[in-house]
Design a binder for this molecule. Sequence first.
Ligand SMILES: [Zn+2]
Length: 326
Amino acid sequence: MSVFFFCYTDAMQSLYPFLFDLNGMTQSYLWGGEKLQAFGKPGIPNQPLAEVWEVSDRSEDDRISVIANGPLAGKTLRWLMENHQPELLGKAKPINGKFPLLIKLLDAKQQLSLQVHPPQAIATQLGGEPKTECWLLLDNTDLQSTITVGLEHTTDQVEFKAAITNDTLKPLINTLPVKTDDCMFLPSGRLHAIGAGCLILEIQENSNTTYRVFDWNRVDPTTNSPRELHVEKALASIDFADIQPQLQQPMPIIETTGETLVRCPQFTLERWRVAESNEHQPMDSFEVITCLTGTLRLISDSTELRLSPLTTSLIPASIASYSMHG
Ligand SMILES: [Zn+2]
């Protein structure tokens, strides 16, 4: 006869829906603006606010989310990954031991550079990481905003490289008008640039390999010179068969008030309209919830959170069910 004795210690401390402290999680780039401060995001005095890293496990960028609520306040997402990974991720897989997604808010007062992230096979050759991502256009996106995604028509590396040199890229690249609630999917290898006036929720694989193709002949006033381009690596990474990709078409989720915007191996993005109450059972994976408009009350066994617009909560996979109230 065998007798087993299980001892549950701190490792079984139950997790709960987390909020993160955003101090120190912001980035000031030249292209940033003032829209995110209006949502209560911590600004940087006298500098444009370009990015807020809402959920991040990236020590190499000095951006690791710190828990802001409950008994684990002060612990980090890295600590959760090291001590509670199965309860946090469920069936989701880490990337190189890290939390698999990076969630950001972006305020592009000016156009961003034209860029690309390498597909897996190319990333391995070039010593980078692939990055599939998507953009959800938020309230406060300017009416005349555009994004650049993929190519306008068939071209090749030689013609494209000449167009970079001669500043004649415009006819080769696909530019789309965008408005609030639009969603664009960007698999690794898709050429892209966020246009001026876009306020964006960006969901991406936990990676930061970006090859800059063209920076619209801008000079960085802090250095008085153009920013570095990575033309050869970018040319190797661009999917030249990616002609005129279009915005995502939302797919209704049967018998609910939700719709699926993106479903890919790396993540699924859904948008829900929450009225009085929605019971929700997570699909054996963590979930990240961002309130877009109004106020969202999120109630689990142990925790009740109130999310205001553009506030994000991470729901561990170990939460069996929770309810949302609009
Ligand atoms: Zn990107």
